[in-house]
Design a protein around this ligand. Sequence first.
Ligand SMILES: *Cc1c(COP(=O)(O)O)cnc(C)c1O
Length: 479
Amino acid sequence: MSETRDPRAIRLPAVHHVLATDGGRVAAARFGHEATVGAVRLALSRWREAVTAGGAVAPDPAAVACEAAALLEAESRPSVRRVFNLTGTVLHTNLGRAVWPEAAIAAATLAMRHAIALEFDLETGGRGERDDHVRGLVRELTGAEDACLVNNNAGAVLLVLNALSAGRDAIVSRGELIEIGGSFRLPDIMQRAGARLVEVGTTNRTHLHDYERAVSANAGVILKAHTSNFIVQGFIAAVPATELGALARRHSVAFVHDLGSGALVDLGRYGLASEPTVRDALAEGADLVLFSGDKLLGGPQAGIIAGRKDLVRQVAKSPMKRALRLDKVRLAALEAVLKLYRDPDRLPEALPTLGAFVRPRAEIALAADRLRGVVVAAVGDGFAVQVADCMSQVGSGALPLETLPSAGIVIAPVTRKGGGTRLDALATALRRLPIPVLGRIADGALVLDLRCLDDEAGFVAQLASLELSDDQGGSDALA
Ligand SMILES: *Cc1c(COP(=O)(O)O)cnc(C)c1O
């Protein structure tokens, strides 16, 4: 510490001198005076530390302005950033799930920009209900008597259990006490909803008599939850929904089916595995069906509650509905998405998620062939770059076992020694691109599954700026 300098002896430029430089003026014009002054002060304090510690010389005003501008630039970059989802998981919960169709974006933009008749009946001039905008569509598309909407499907489960089963028994099979991820655990939600959880059966087998024994005068609901993110195989038994529905009716208990993803059309018609539709679940005897807006439906985050009119009314009048209601922007988007379902033949072109599911492997492989060369040029000769088949997933717990034959670019280090570190450095560098590129690491290689790449030009344009460190340790040189 012998070269440490007395802070009082250090002469740094005054703030107003920094602001008076060209760089200072440009920064103030762009980011505002106050923010620029703050950034200049921060830059000066850093210089003071560096000079005090020795080794650095006092900067000139232009250098401080330059640093302040860099700080402001970094701060101004949005935290919510677009990425290229090349993970192979189409509905990736951590990447925002469904991307919206153009019709939904237009409807949402309109609702953001203008006053809208949200809870206003334009015929009578009286008050309307926000859910009216999509109630009819949900009825038409599912056969339900009525519907209401909340923030998401977890909210739908919470609201329905609270409204129909608070202080009463909610009966559910032990095989369906699910955790969805992100700490959504069905038993915890039931508890918070004020319902008493009555578990029946065992993990692998639950029979009708298990439910029969549990249904008492204190029962509020029988809940069936779609085990959407796992599969139990072997010695198993579950009670078909039709039988649960009949049981519930015999005892005047509500039968609620949490479908999770909730397809509105039979995906089999598009060559995908069939997932039970909302219409099927209702036809099988569910009094209420709960499902998400941003999973297979391909729209905005939302929880949709569809089914018996009296029960929907009861749920909708709960005070908790107000706390969970859908905002105008997503409501507008959801209406637009549901309208697309009226023309199922053209749904794959109109709905980006469905378009991604049905994208043929051969078409994806052609994209991989087109892009291989630019990837080779970007990653350099430390990596072998190949076009290869891979498997995409639907994601978000929908169709858990269904994999979609896909193709991608597989990038592997040419030498095994230090390969893992270099692969991590490559993944980091790709994440640091202006539009971060997210792949998946498998078998010592980085796989870029191109199923969801919808902007090849944008992908190519930025690859030239990939900065791969030569240093194997990596991250400093990339910072
Ligand atoms: C995904 C899922 C939920 C939660 O839905 P969100 O819309 O994410 O809140 C609830 N239940 C099941 C069965 C699910 O698959």
